[in-house]
Write a protein that binds this ligand. Structure first.
Ligand SMILES: Cc1cc2nc3c(=O)[nH]c(=O)nc-3n(C[C@H](O)[C@H](O)[C@H](O)COP(=O)(O)OP(=O)(O)OC[C@H]3O[C@@H](n4cnc5c(N)ncnc54)[C@H](O)[C@@H]3O)c2cc1C
Length: 386
């Protein structure tokens, strides 16, 4: 490899690296993406592609979610077909009366922020939208703005757009070290040589902590495993993404043990996707009968008819989890020149384009549309000191 250099070296060709490459190249920066495997060979091909506002707690992540939704819908509107953008709508189901009360409270807060949400007072109202939902449950809330994309297509297409704007993508090229000079990150070391960069952006998903460690820095991004079950195809009978209110609590939990809350959605091909599980077991990719069985049981609670279907397959992936449930975005004050875009956990498809647009604004010396302060990478040092 001849000596390479660029304004921005992006580590990782998952959706985050692809979006970063696109927005940086579109802002006029020269970009090299360095990926140790293939395009979307990490978590971006082992997930679902929901762009949800309904599951977000109030705070900076919700603000970032709303921003990202606008980027998908407005800045990238012309590409929607390329990644199968669909405004499918989401329904949260309260399984009992106590949960109905907390769902109403959450909905009232979200409405005050301009999120469109319609309370479904009983299961008759839920079943008008989802005729096969379990009539024995309590109530629901409908979020017409919840959308989805096909994450693998989104990753490929964003990289294609980046390449059209001059970006270079190096596959099967692992980053082995972060090159520093005078207390700054100035490039990456690969088996084929050094690639110099004005900025190095760590988009390594659940491996972002390992990449930070290459620079001697601690970044507590940890893998949080999740399984997805795929049923045999049926005529489409589930129209929205439907999930239990318990899912919102599981997302926000820091428990390392297995947590399961039902998430069910039909697909255009007729298969039904069933989630979700969360557990911190390192990078253990082995099959878990317990997780899969509990997901299936939980899904049948929402839609009893699912009990008659066979599974085609299951798959699992590792969400990039941060202990305070906020992503890590921006330049690392401990090593200027090294930037991070990681820790997006179970929202990394949805948030990718918003984060990338904000990063491109910051990388070109501008003021980002929203403050990146809540996501600053070195915030954990203060947490561990405390
Ligand atoms: C079961 C499940 C369901 C999910 N559902 C959703 C959902 O519905 N909606 C949503 O928004 N999110 C969802 N997510 C989360 C989402 O998948 C992730 O947040 C997102 O894919 C992270 O993208 P990324 O590009 O940061 O990481 P990745 O896709 O993992 O990409 C990181 C890349 O970095 C590369 N890399 C690592 N180390 C190096 C190195 N040293 N040198 C070179 N390359 C390196 C890896 O090979 C990899 O390709 C889900 C996740 C799971 C597990």
């Amino acid at each position: 490899m001849s000596a390479r250099s660029a304004d921005v070296v992006v580590i990782g060709a998952g959706v985050m690296g692809a979006a970063t490459a696109y927005f940086a190249a579109a802002a006029g920066l020269s970009v090299v993406v360095v990926e140790r495997g293939g395009i979307a060979s990490g978590t971006s091909s082992r997930c679902e592609g929901n762009l949800l506002v309904s599951d977000k707690e109030l705070g900076p992540e919700l603000e970032l979610t709303l921003y990202s939704q606008r980027v998908w819908r407005e800045d990238l509107a012309e590409h929607g077909d390329a990644w199968e953008f669909e405004t499918k709508g989401g329904i949260i189901v309260a399984e009992d009366a106590a949960t109905t009360a907390s769902l109403e409270k959450l909905a009232a807060h979200q409405r005050s922020l301009g999120i469109e949400v319609e309370l479904l007072d009983d299961m008759d109202a839920v079943r008008e939208l989802e005729p096969y939902a379990n009539p024995a449950l309590s109530s629901g809330a409908f979020y017409p703005g919840d959308a989805q994309v096909q994450p693998i297509l989104a990753t490929h297409h964003l990289l294609r757009l980046a390449r059209e704007r001059g970006a270079e993508v190096l596959l099967r090229t692992p980053v082995e070290a972060i090159v520093t000079r005078g207390g700054r990150a100035v490039g990456v070391q690969t088996p084929q040589g050094v690639i110099s960069g004005g900025a190095v952006v760590n988009c390594a998903g659940p491996w972002a902590g390992d990449v930070a460690e290459l620079a001697g820095l601690e970044l507590p991004v940890l893998p949080r495993r999740g399984f997805v079950l795929v049923t045999e195809p049926v005529p489409v009978t589930i129209h929205h993404k439907v999930y239990s209110a318990g899912y919102v609590g599981d997302v926000a939990s820091s428990d390392a043990g297995l947590q399961v809350s039902p998430v069910v959605e039909g697909t255009p091909s007729g298969t039904v996707l069933l989630g979700s599980s969360r557990e911190r077991v390192g990078f253990d990719a082995s099959f878990s009968r317990e997780a899969v069985a509990r997901i299936a049981q939980a899904a049948v609670r929402l839609f009893p008819a699912l009990a008659d279907l066979s599974l085609l397959r299951t798959y699992s992936g590792f969400r990039p989890y941060c202990p305070d449930h906020l992503p890590v975005i921006g330049e690392d004050a401990r090593l200027p020149g090294l930037w991070h875009a990681a820790g997006q956990e179970g929202a990394g498809i949805g948030l990718s384009v918003g984060i990338a647009k904000l990063l491109a604004q910051a990388l070109t010396g501008g003021e980002p549309d929203m403050s990146l302060a809540p996501f600053r990478p070195h915030r954990f040092e203060r947490m561990s000191a405390a």
